[in-house]
Write a protein that binds this ligand. Structure first.
Ligand code: G3P
Length: 225
């Protein structure tokens, strides 16, 4: 199971990559715009922060396949490392994914809302396919059902692409995406923090510390009693 952090905030990336077993970072134009910084400088800093081995997903903005391909080649040269160019599953995007596959540049199909968009993008050659769970839930559709059907279609037909479930607003959506068989998820820092939270865990730790310190004294640990 691959777990990625969905943010373009370098400070958050620094903090979370030290704290949690994160496999990479996903960004999108809205997340980048929030940083109000020079784009290339920002993405380069993210790359330096996570190193070359962790995945970095960066979205292209071109409207035609040719523009997207040019951007992808530019980003691949400028940023390097394990880079995935995120491309929305519009017609020109699918065309660009096919061209980039031929050129050996890795892509992530994004803004996926239906299983057939996912299938077309996978057939075009995208390595990752990103269905947006919460955006579907917000229009009274069923984001997890879409994830589950994409996984099912990929399994039945032996499709290689990985499902990167994205757009989460709560822990339960992530829980269900994992159960549905998504190969990977990406979550923002706020939700990532919530993944570990349970009041009984905190309560249990307090009980252990109390019992220990009542006997051995405040601040005592196993290595200094
Ligand atoms: O990576 C895609 C994701 O960032 C979209 O999430 O929360 O804007 O729906 P959201």
């Amino acid at each position: 199971m691959i777990i990625m952090l969905d943010t373009a905030d370098v400070q958050e990336i620094k903090k979370f990559t030290k704290m949690y077993p994160i496999d990479g970072v996903t960004t999108n134009p809205s997340l980048v715009a929030k940083q109000k910084r020079n784009f290339i400088e920002l993405i380069k800093e993210i790359r330096e922060t996570i190193g070359d081995r962790k995945m970095l997903h960066v979205q292209a903005l071109g409207k035609t396949a040719e523009e997207i391909v040019e951007e992808a080649q530019y980003l691949n040269t400028k940023i390097g490392g394990t880079l995935y160019i995120k491309i929305p599953v519009v017609e020109e995007g699918i065309k660009a994914i096919m061209i980039l596959k031929e050129k050996g540049i890795k892509t992530t199909a994004t803004a996926v809302f239906t299983p057939l968009q996912a299938l077309m993008a996978a057939k075009a050659g995208a390595e990752y396919i990103a269905p947006y769970v919460n955006r579907l839930d917000n229009i009274s559709a069923d984001g997890i059902k879409v994830v589950s059907e994409i996984v099912q279609i990929f399994n039945v037909h032996g499709v290689d692409a990985k499902v990167l479930a994205a757009s989460f607003k709560n822990v339960e959506q992530i829980h269900k995406a994992c159960l549905a068989g998504a190969h990977s998820i990406t979550a923002g820092p706020d939700i990532m923090n919530q993944l570990l939270y349970h009041p009984l865990t905190n309560w249990s730790v307090e009980q252990f510390v109390k019992a220990w310190e009542d006997l051995y004294g405040k601040g005592k640990r196993t290595d200094n009693i």
